[in-house]
Design a protein around this ligand. Structure first.
Ligand code: C2G
Length: 131
């Protein structure tokens, strides 16, 4: 069983997120999503989520590509997650290209950056709705 992991906030879930999750799942058989906690989002990414962690988790768990949702509480947990969940491939959108290459050196997992869906983002949605 090939196990995949990806990380993110996934607030105001949209088709760009779904495209990423679908393609991540296509890399293997089991997809784990490490979902950024409310505290991690605010303290480390200066993101104030519209939906709480529990609501974002509920949404992700309803997606058929997603097999397990775990919390992302800090930047440093990735290597431990890869060991603990026996991950074969770490997947992120290519806006993160290069940022997680260290995982190739420090773990047995591959690192794959997938093209983002260009025209949609949570920021864009919030901006449009203000209009
Ligand atoms: N994404 C995408 N296309 C979009 C928007 C997002 O492919 N139009 C991808 C991002 O590249 C990322 C995932 O969807 O791989 C989740 O995006 P965010 O919720 O914005 O996550 P981010 O803030 O990038 O958090 O430790 C890693 C961080 O937690 C990643």
């Amino acid at each position: 069983m090939k196990r995949i992991i990806t990380y993110g906030t996934f607030d105001l879930l949209h088709y760009g997120h779904i495209n990423l999750l679908k393609r991540a799942k296509e890399q293997g058989d089991y997809l784990i999503v490490a979902l950024s906690s409310d505290e991690f989002n605010w303290d480390e990414k200066q993101k104030k989520c519209y939906f709480s962690y529990d609501k974002r988790k509920q949404l992700l768990e309803s997606i058929r590509f997603v097999d397990l949702v775990i919390p992302e509480n800090n930047w440093e947990q990735k290597e431990q997650d890869i060991v603990e969940y026996h991950i074969d491939t770490f997947v992120m959108g290519d806006d993160w290209r290069g940022k997680f290459d260290f995982i190739r050196e420090r773990t047995s997992a591959d690192v794959l950056y997938l093209p983002r869906t260009p025209e949609i983002s949570t920021t864009q949605i919030k901006r449009d709705l203000k209009l």
